[in-house]
Design a protein around this ligand. Structure first.
Ligand code: PMP
Length: 394
């Protein structure tokens, strides 16, 4: 039987990490993998998370199974974090998942189960896992324009023109904030226009929010998802705690559905439980428990929010430094988009040849589509990157 298996394509980012590790040059800079790094290149455990771990070690009395949807207190805390008071609690169903990836996967499974004919619209470009999961599941996908290669902002006219083609029952996947890989995001007026279009077409939005707190702030980054949740009849939301709690390997996510018709809440909740059951039974608990402890303890929550704000501001500072360094070196404003982008990533808009030259001639590693991880930089490496960017003629 195994001889029937086909070789699967290797993950490009993991290959890049490997190449970086093997590069003997001491000056090498890793702007590839999507993990937050501080100025020393470390991905620290956040203070409040560490404190919660200590508390939990003392408090935990059993490792018996939780519920199929995970610990209800986790869902409550996360619904509050993501949705605030945008929708009545009775409209929301939620299940813990292994990371945001698990939430996306379960969300797609829900779509397929509810409406096998649904097409899933994704931004071009999007996080490659969206594409590979949809392909693996055999679901029909349609791309919509998103990135304006010229301005490096959102091609909103193109996006709306493409989305005019959605059919009732189609699902439109959007990034809640800090778009991966481009860093370009909708403003509130654009979110409103998008909502109006989706409502007019009868399409269902699915929001993937993996970087809440990395862009403009915890509430600001949730403005789009809250607007959607409060103004469409139904939506699906996949949230990740990997980045904003720094608990990548704990696999902590939440899949939510919102239905204005609250009579659907029970059915939706039962479906989310069912899907967890089919795929892995009980979701992981440790990360979810830490998130719950942090969010429900005023002291820990304040400390977490303060540390997250430090992270956010450090990335913003690096963006501004890089944009102004590039302005100085190139004598043009064409790199201003780097300061406008939000989150961990920016797509530079370089050719694959230029990306290869950055790697070969300057030991600077970024993803082939010219996505760079801003958090891979520090004050010393920003000028080095800026010089290299100008040198390879981006
Ligand atoms: N969605 C997007 C857009 C992401 O960038 C990521 C992280 N790379 C995720 C979801 C989920 O990450 P995780 O499964 O690690 O929580």
């Amino acid at each position: 039987m195994f001889e029937l298996l086909k070789e699967q394509p290797a993950d490009k980012i993991l290959m890049l990490m490997q190449a970086f590790r093997e590069d003997p040059r001491e000056t090498k800079i890793d702007l590839g993998v999507g993990v937050y790094k501080d100025a020393n290149g470390n991905t620290p455990v956040m203070r409040a998370v560490k404190a919660a771990e200590k508390l939990w070690w003392e408090q935990e009395t059993t490792k018996a199974y939780t519920g199929l949807a995970g610990d209800p207190a986790y869902a409550e805390a996360m619904i509050d974090l993501v949705l605030g008071d945008a929708v009545p609690r009775a409209a929301v169903s939620a299940a813990a998942t292994p990371g945001g990836t698990g939430a996306c996967r379960q969300g797609f499974d829900l779509v397929r189960m509810a409406n096998p004919a649904a097409r899933v619209w994704v931004s071009d470009p999007t996080w490659p896992n969206h594409l590979s999961i949809l392909k693996h599941m055999g679901m029909e996908r349609v791309d919509y324009r998103y990135f304006d290669e010229e301005t490096r902002g959102v091609d909103f006219d193109g996006m709306m023109a493409d989305l005019a083609g959605v059919k009732a029952g189609d699902v439109v996947l959007v990034h809640g904030c800090c778009h991966n890989p481009t860093g370009a995001n909708l403003n509130l007026a654009q979110w409103r226009e998008l909502v109006a279009l989706l409502n007019a077409k009868g399409a269902i939005p699915m929001v993937d929010i993996a970087y809440q707190g990395f862009g403009d702030g915890l509430d600001e980054d949730a403005a789009g998802v809250r607007l959607i949740a409060s103004s469409v009849p139904e939506c699906i939301i996949a949230a990740s705690c990997s980045k904003n709690f720094g608990i990548y390997r704990e696999r902590t996510g939440l899949l939510m559905t919102v239905a204005q018709d609250t009579a659907k809440q029970k059915l939706n909740q039962g479906t989310l439980n069912y899907l967890n059951r089919q795929n892995y039974s009980f979701p992981p608990d440790h990360g979810a428990r830490l998130v719950t402890l942090v969010l429900n303890d005023p002291g820990l929550r304040a400390d977490w929010a303060a540390e997250l704000e430090e992270v956010r501001l450090s990335m913003l500072g690096l963006r501004e430094q890089l944009a102004s360094e590039l302005q100085r070196l190139s004598g043009s404003d064409r790199f201003g988009f780097i300061a406008q982008h939000r989150g961990m990533f920016s797509r530079l808009g370089a050719t694959p040849e230029q990306v290869a030259r950055l790697r070969d001639e300057h030991a600077i590693y970024m993803v082939g589509d010219s996505r760079l991880n801003i958090a891979g930089l520090n004050k010393t490496t920003v000028p080095i990157l800026a010089r290299a960017i100008v040198d390879v003629g981006i």
